[in-house]
Design a protein around this ligand. Structure first.
Ligand SMILES: Nc1ncnc2c1ncn2[C@@H]1O[C@H](COP(=O)(O)OP(=O)(O)O)[C@@H](O)[C@H]1O
Ligand SMILES: [Mg+2]
Length: 229
C-alpha cells in the first residue's frame, strides 16, 4: 500500500551566506502492506514527523521515491498531489487540527466540500459519520466546547469521511488521558479490521506500538530496527 525507496531529506536553515544543512532522513526504504498497522517509533528529533510529511506530500524529498496505492506520488505536481491526498489519505494529529471557527459537523463535512459533493449528499454522509463516531448529539458544537477525546473523534470522522485506504497518524494519543487513549486504540483496531484501512502511526507510546502488526524504529533519520510485535 505504501512503498518507500531510498528516501533522503535535509533541511536548509539560516539565511544565505550562513546556511546550515540539517540531514534528517537517510536512505529510508520501507513498505506497508494493505491492511497492516505499522508504527514508527523513535526519540524526538529522529525524523518521524518529517517522514510522515513526505508521505503526505506536504514537503518534497531531496532523493528517493514514494508509492502509495500504486501511484508514484513523488512524481505528482502540487495540484495532483492535493487531489490524490483528498481521495486516498486520512490524517490524525496529536493536536487534532480542527478548525476552531467551524462546528464539529462543518469540520467533518469539509473534505466533502473539497471533493465537490452537493449539499444533500454532504449532509447525509456527514451525519452518518457523526453517528458512527458517537457524536451525533454534539455535531453543532465548536471544538472548544468538546473534550479532548471528543475532538479526536471529530478529527477521525474527518479523516474517514472520504473512505481513504490509508490513514496517517502523528502521535494520535499524545493529548489524551489513558482511558480515552484506550478507546481510541480500540477504535483504530476496529477500523482496521472492519474496513481494512491501512494505518501508519507515529508514536513514542508503547501502548500504541502494541496495537501494530509491525514496529519500525528510527534513530537519527535511519531505520535501525524492524520488530514484529
Ligand atoms: N521545517 C524544518 N526546518 C528545519 N529543520 C526542521 C524542520 N522540520 C524538522 N526539522 C528538524 O528535523 C529533525 C527531525 O524533526 P522531526 O521530523 O520533527 O522529528 P520527530 O517527529 O521524530 O520528533 C529535527 O532536528 C528538527 O529540528
Ligand atoms: Mg514529531
Amino acid at each position: 500500500m505504501i512503498k518507500i525507496n531510498n528516501l533522503s531529506h535535509e533541511f536548509v536553515i539560516g539565511k544565505k551566506g550562513r546556511q546550515t544543512i540539517v540531514p534528517v532522513l537517510r536512505n529510508i526504504s520501507l513498505s506497508v502492506n494493505r491492511g497492516e498497522i505499522v508504527t514508527i517509533v523513535g526519540r524526538s528529533g529522529s525524523g518521524k514527523s518529517t517522514l510522515l510529511n513526505l508521505i503526505s506530500g506536504f514537503i518534497r524529498p531531496k532523493e528517493g521515491e514514494i508509492w502509495i496505492a500504486n501511484e508514484k506520488v513523488t512524481d505528482l505536481n502540487e495540484a495532483k498531489f492535493a487531489d490524490f491526498r483528498i481521495n486516498n489519505l486520512g490524517f490524525i494529529f496529536q493536536s487534532f487540527q480542527l478548525i476552531p471557527s467551524m462546528t464539529a459537523f462543518q469540520n467533518v463535512e469539509l473534505p466533502l466540500i473539497l471533493k465537490g459533493l452537493n449539499e444533500n449528499d454532504r449532509k447525509q454522509q456527514t451525519e452518518e459519520m457523526m453517528d458512527r463516531v458517537g457524536l451525533l448529539d454534539y455535531q453543532d458544537h465548536y471544538p472548544s466546547e468538546l473534550s479532548g477525546g471528543q475532538q479526536q473523534r471529530v478529527s477521525i470522522a474527518r479523516a474517514l469521511i472520504v473512505n481513504p485506504p490509508v490513514i496517517l497518524a502523528d502521535e494520535p494519543t499524545g493529548s489524551l488521558d489513558s482511558e480515552t487513549e484506550e478507546d481510541l486504540l480500540k477504535f483504530i483496531k476496529q477500523l482496521n479490521r472492519d474496513l481494512g484501512i491501512t494505518f501508519l502511526i507515529i508514536t513514542h507510546d508503547d501502548k500504541v506500538a502494541d496495537i501494530g502488526d509491525r514496529k519500525i524504529e528510527l534513530i537519527d533519520g535511519m531505520i535501525v530496527e524492524e520488530v514484529l510485535v
